[in-house]
Design a protein around this ligand. Structure first.
Ligand SMILES: Cc1cc2nc3c(=O)[nH]c(=O)nc-3n(C[C@H](O)[C@H](O)[C@H](O)COP(=O)(O)OP(=O)(O)OC[C@H]3O[C@@H](n4cnc5c(N)ncnc54)[C@H](O)[C@@H]3O)c2cc1C
Length: 566
């Protein structure tokens, strides 16, 4: 009787290859075979868009390891060009088809791990099956797109969907010399961001020459153009569909494995499916959101690799604990970095969490240093516990580092108090002595303690239109360079001598450039018993960023005399 284990894996990329490598580290004797229907294993999906700009000039370099290397270094068999077409849990076998010959064989397993990923969604609209329509999941896809662009000398490309893949593809196409139109059905790009943060990226995309259509959708693809639901027609020599992915569950379903309510393969805390010998990881599974406890889907590489390691550990009896996901991501959008983690406002509302937020725009390094830039930073926390729920950062500096701090804190169930107490590294080039995240934690504590009131930047147009009393706390020269049409300029440096100008019978809304001066004015007015002062979070910089794109797109009258983005 043999004691050698036979571990089979479906899918040879992020989750599959990581499972295989971890299994080998745990058992030098086991037979480990990965089946991959495509021609490559272990390629970098995440780097694919950079081939379009030539940053990664040779598509072959996107493949990190060959089957030969897997065998030589790890004694792992990687069978590319082999598609698993059926699983028999009762017999503990799979049926594998050689893609080139069509020949089918049966393979027995002790354990089977599914990491088949997710398929790009192709909405069934006229023209979707023509050969200038592309989706991007692997090296073959990106190579085919780039070859098409070069062969046709394509100048104009339409990207449908403005999630992180769509944005990365769009940016790299621009850097590759193409004119790009983005079409997004939602009113904003990047759904993990709240609208006021996404709006900053809308401006950046337009500034970089991208033709951005929000709140509109594709209805037909023709030979050299596409038509949108609004009736707009856009020239398109190639169309890239990046409207999301759907977990690959056909095999699992056919094998009778349980599928979760979100459509992903259901797994337990050890990544075991409803069959005790079959595990599943990566984009194909249903995950649990750590903060809401609710099932969800998350197609990200980091979680796939973590899950793979955990599954392999469990196969070898190591104690494991799947504590769920929080959903952290980062993307470059031309000169900006946009990153987020945990819950945004929409998710917090949907989950019924009692929360509040902080939106601050401090410098990402000491203001007098040459590269200091505003960092737009939003932090969500639970009431009344102060538990940190999520954060979003958009800026030209290190937004990712701030979000990674918050992701770490959320993972450890941290609160505003923990965050305010965190001792971070500081030098004027990298941050300020009171870094953005600490600053946000302190503001959050004040809000949690009910020390002052705020309104979100998204409510300012409503305030203007309803005739609210708005104080601009900046200096007169700043006011002259652009202000809210209805705002009264009562600077922080003057307000103590001008208290009589401030009404006491209704709320007064105060803003400055980035909310620091307005906050001080609001606190002082409260203590002086003058009016009911409310801080406008995000202030003038946040207001201009939030309003600009919609003003241009809808031709509505701006609420500001001049925008100010610096
Ligand atoms: C363009 C792009 C950019 C991305 N950028 C990022 C990023 O910056 N950060 C991030 O965290 N994530 C990113 N991702 C997502 C990340 O790549 C995925 O979350 C991750 O690869 C999921 O791993 P997986 O093993 O579940 O699936 P995959 O890596 O997709 O691997 C699944 C493999 O299984 C194979 N397969 C499926 N069915 C069968 C079958 N029946 N038989 C044999 N083989 C089969 C498929 O051919 C596929 O190669 C990006 C994805 C794309 C496409």
């Amino acid at each position: 009787m043999t004691t050698t284990k036979r571990h089979l894996i479906i899918g040879g990329v992020a989750g599959g290859a990581s499972t295989a490598a971890r299994l080998r580290r745990l058992d030098e004797q086991a037979e480990i075979i990965m089946f991959e229907r495509g021609p490559h294993v272990s390629f970098s999906n995440c780097c694919l868009p950079w081939h379009l700009s030539g940053t990664i000039a040779d598509a072959d370099t996107l493949v990190l390891m060959s089957p030969e290397q897997f065998w030589a270094q790890y004694r792992i068999t990687a069978r590319t060009g082999h598609e698993v077409i059926a699983i028999s849990p009762a017999e503990k076998t799979i049926t594998v088809k050689d893609v080139a010959t069509g020949e089918a064989t049966t393979e027995a397993y002790d354990t089977l791990t599914l990491s088949p990923g997710a398929a790009a969604i192709r909405p069934q609209i006229p023209g979707i099956d023509t050969n200038h329509v592309f989706t991007i999941r692997n090296v073959v896809d990106i190579d085919a797109l780039q070859r098409h662009l070069v062969a046709k000398d394509a100048k104009e490309v339409v990207v449908v969907g403005a999630g992180f893949v769509g944005l990365e593809v769009a940016e790299n196409l621009v850097h590759g010399g193409r004119k790009v139109t983005i079409i997004e059905a939602l009113p904003q790009v990047l759904s993990p961001l709240d609208p006021e943060l996404a709006a900053i990226l809308h401006k950046e995309l337009v500034d970089q020459g991208v033709d951005l259509h929000l709140g509109d959708s594709l209805v037909e693809i023709r030979n050299d153009e596409v038509e949108l639901a609004s009736g707009t027609v856009v020239k398109a020599e190639a169309v890239v569909m990046s409207v999301g992915v759907r977990p690959e569950t056909a095999l699992a379903k056919a094998a009778g494995l349980e599928i979760g309510t979100t459509g992903g393969i259901k797994v337990d805390e050890n990544f075991r499916t409803s069959d005790p010998y079959i595990y599943a990881v990566g984009d194909a599974i249903e995950v649990t959101h750590r903060l809401t406890g609710k099932p969800s889907l998350l197609a990200m590489a980091g979680p796939a690799q973590r899950q793979a390691r955990t599954a392999a550990d469990h196969i070898y009896g190591r104690p494991t604990r799947n504590r769920g996901v929080i959903g952290s991501s980062v993307v470059q959008v031309f000169d900006y970095t946009a990153a987020s983690t945990g819950l945004n406002e929409k998710q917090a509302k949907e989950a019924g969490v009692d929360y509040d937020f902080v939106y601050v725009i401090p410098g990402d390094s000491v203001g007098i240093m040459p590269d200091s830039k505003p960092l737009f930073f939003k932090l969500l926390f639970e009431k009344p516990t102060g538990r940190v729920l999520g954060a979003q950062a958009v800026g030209k500096g290190a937004a990712d580092k701030r979000i990674d701090i918050i992701a770490t804190l959320i993972t450890m169930n941290g609160t505003l108090e923990d965050l305010a107490d965190t001792e971070l590294a500081y030098s004027p080039l990298y941050s300020t002595a009171k870094d953005v995240v600490i600053h946000a934690a302190l503001v959050g504590q004040n809000i949690l303690n009910g020390e002052f009131e705020q309104v979100p930047v998204t409510k300012v147009r409503e305030l203007v239109e309803s005739g609210a009393f708005i104080i601009d706390a900046r200096e007169p020269d700043e006011y002259a360079a652009g202000h809210i049409r209805t705002a009264v300029n009562i600077p922080l440096s003057q307000f103590r001598d001008r208290l009589s100008e401030i009404p006491t019978d209704r709320p007064v809304y105060v803003h400055c450039r980035s909310s620091q001066r307005s906050y001080n004015q609001v606190r002082a007015l409260g203590q002086l018993g003058v009016g009911n002062a409310v801080n406008i979070s995000g202030s003038y910089l946040g207001i201009c960023m939030e309003q600009w794109f919609e003003d241009q797109a809808s031709n509505r009258e701006p609420i500001v005399t001049e925008y100010n983005f610096a």
